[in-house]
Write a protein that binds this ligand. Sequence first.
Ligand code: COA
Ligand code: ZN
Length: 242
Amino acid sequence: MANTKIHRTRSTKYTQAHLNLCSKTSKLTKCPKCEMTYSTFTTYDTLTHRKYHDLHLKGKKWNSNWGKIVWTSAKSNERIVMIRPSNNAEVKATLEIMDIVNEELNAPHDENYFWSDEKKLDGKAFLYIKNDRAVGVVIIEGLQRQNEARGRWMIYDTREIVPNVFPEFVYGISRIWVCKNQRLNGIAFKLLELSRENLIYGRVIDKHLIAWSQPTDDGGKLASRFNSVTHKSGKLLLPCYI
Ligand SMILES: CC(C)(COP(=O)(O)OP(=O)(O)OC[C@H]1O[C@@H](n2cnc3c(N)ncnc32)[C@H](O)[C@@H]1OP(=O)(O)O)[C@@H](O)C(=O)NCCC(=O)NCCS
Ligand SMILES: [Zn+2]
């Protein structure tokens, strides 16, 4: 889900000076690659864009000690790690990635406690590391903490929710993201497979017990490959939750 970003954090003083002095140079530019809108006139904007741009396209540089390794590729320098909430450095690095993810998804920025706060744990974060950069992330949350019927079926073609049916799912994919340059390489699928093997020790979670939170277009395509079901009407249904 692409969206336009405009800086809200620039100081009023700076903005005013800049608007009064040179309306021509104050024009905003939209980066065609990361889709951020920013002003090339301010150093702050330029630096912020560079940081966002790099992370969005190439992922975040990752320290080799961060995260517990749950899978390593036999061929290449690739692995999947699980974030340990007791390790501040790896939590902080993941939160930085989540800022970019939530910006892109237009999603709330305050839904990290269930994988990062030791007192409120009910989920896990997994990251895909490739050539020493975190290039993908999936955040999984438990769905059974509140006694609410959160499960729904979404019709893939029309994105309509099937009325009056409340399926029960055990885990929810709160966020899933892969940096732009690494998409369509099977990274998201691998993250989903490895997370269902590592949510509970010694058990692999059936993929049909996992639901999606408001899938984007890309997310819907991934969901249709991962765990959609075909209804007797012939329609493809995605497991979702609210
Ligand atoms: C959705 C997203 C995580 C997919 O990541 P990815 O690493 O490119 O996905 P994968 O390569 O593992 O794809 C797995 C399968 O889904 C399909 N798929 C995934 N994204 C697709 C897309 N945009 N178009 C067509 N098919 C797609 C792949 O073709 C593949 O199927 P295959 O095994 O038959 O080839 C990535 O596009 C992304 O980060 N998008 C922005 C954030 C977002 O929308 N997140 C989803 C929130 S619900
Ligand atoms: Zn950019």
